[in-house]
Design a protein around this ligand. Structure first.
Ligand code: TXA
Ligand code: MG
Length: 347
């Protein structure tokens, strides 16, 4: 199959992409977070095809993307007032709400659950495609399962060229990490995955918010978890990644001591000079965290190279969007973190 590369700026793109979706095909769609591998979310066969192409475990549910916030009522029931408040404030935007599913949503889409994740993305062309298709688009991040997510159309083609009908190119994703997932089927609501909408923003609307343990630590794969996706190894390049925390000076001392040829250092732009002898790769600026979230997955993809033995990574501190960057990087590192402040003399 030849994969079409459709430009978001071409006025015919929404109709062409919508036609493929209606016919049960796969279209990689841009969003403000990451590119998704989309299909008609109400068509079991099309959805099964997403799992197959992505190599995704069947129990891991997909997010349904809608063109307008009000459409959540078509796919979710018993919607609590909090969901309307969040939708009003953060949609279209990088937030997914888990709600009780209506029967129209196939179990294939929800991974067998009674709930469904719904999101109204902040991306004009994708919402135009959904509107024209007349069906919600189910889409996981478009990466092959386990690999770093896709934040450009070229990332999508790298993983799936010739295996999907089309990719819609809308340039690099603005946010760069996947949506915040919040479970509203319990009270207080539970944060299942941090993202572009921060815990602080959610608390400002909801008051109380529980942070799921899968956000902060490694989950045993045999455990029953709220977001099945959280238990799998994720976002990882082939080489082991280890996060080196602590001050710039202490981290540099540690990394310089242990660095060997074949290793790489994933750092902030401000630190490039410091690691000029350690094959550094910057993913954004520490003093401008959105550049870190926007650049993280592209950098992890560059580092996904069999010639690399080990990656020492620097991770931003603090809350806000940094919280989402920490979550993705910790998962890529399998929660392997070394605090350079706690290491004694390394010389
Ligand atoms: O930003 C995003 O959310 C991107 C773009 C394409 O919208 N999508 C995305 O999808 O990241 P995916 O499939 O890579 O991650 C979705 C996560 C998975 O961890 C899945 O387990 C969880 O959402 N999820 C989906 N539906 C759920 C549900 N009903 N209950 C609990 N977790 C759910
Ligand atoms: Mg994903």
């Amino acid at each position: 199959m030849k994969t079409l590369k459709l430009s978001a700026r071409d006025p015919e793109t929404p109709e062409i992409a919508a036609e493929i979706i209606r016919a049960g095909g796969l279209v990689a769609i841009p969003t403000e977070t990451v590119y998704g591998l989309g299909a008609n979310g109400l068509n079991e066969q099309a959805v099964a095809h997403i799992f197959e192409v992505k190599g995704r475990p069947q129990d891991n549910p997909l997010i349904l993307h809608v063109a307008d916030p009000a459409e959540m009522e078509r796919f979710a029931k018993d919607i609590p007032p909090e969901a309307y408040m969040l939708a009003e404030k953060f949609w279209p935007g990088p937030m997914t709400m888990v709600l009780p599913a209506r029967d129209v949503v196939p179990k294939r889409t929800t991974g067998g659950l009674d709930t469904v994740g719904i999101r109204c993305p902040d991306c004009k062309v994708t919402r135009a495609i959904i509107r024209k298709a007349g069906v919600p688009i189910a889409a996981p991040s478009a990466n092959i399962s386990g690999k770093p997510s896709t934040t450009t159309a070229d990332h999508v083609l790298h993983d799936h060229d010739g295996r999907i009908e089309a990719v819609v190119d809308d340039g690099p994703c603005r946010v760069g990490v996947e949506s915040t997932i919040i479970d509203l089927t319990e009270k207080p609501a539970r944060l299942l995955r941090p993202g572009g909408i921060t815990p602080e923003q959610l608390r400002a609307v909801l008051g109380e918010l529980v942070v799921d343990e899968a956000v902060t630590g490694q989950i045993d794969p045999t455990q029953v978890v709220k977001a099945p996706g959280m238990k799998y190894r994720h976002y990882a390049p082939q080489a082991p990644v280890v996060i080196i925390s602590g001050s710039r000076e202490k981290a540099s001392e540690y990394i310089h001591h242990f660095y060997e040829s074949g290793d790489r250092v994933l750092c902030f732009e401000e630190e490039l000079g410091l690691y000029s002898d350690c094959n550094p790769l910057a993913y954004g600026r520490e003093d401008d965290v959105p550049t870190l979230s926007a650049g993280l997955f592209d950098a992890l993809r560059v580092l996904d190279d069999p010639a690399i033995h080990r990656v020492f990574a620097r991770c931003p501190e603090g809350g806000g969007v940094a919280y989402a960057v920490q979550n993705r990087l910790k998962k890529a590192a399998g929660f392997h973190i070394i605090n350079a402040e706690e290491i004694g003399e390394t010389e």
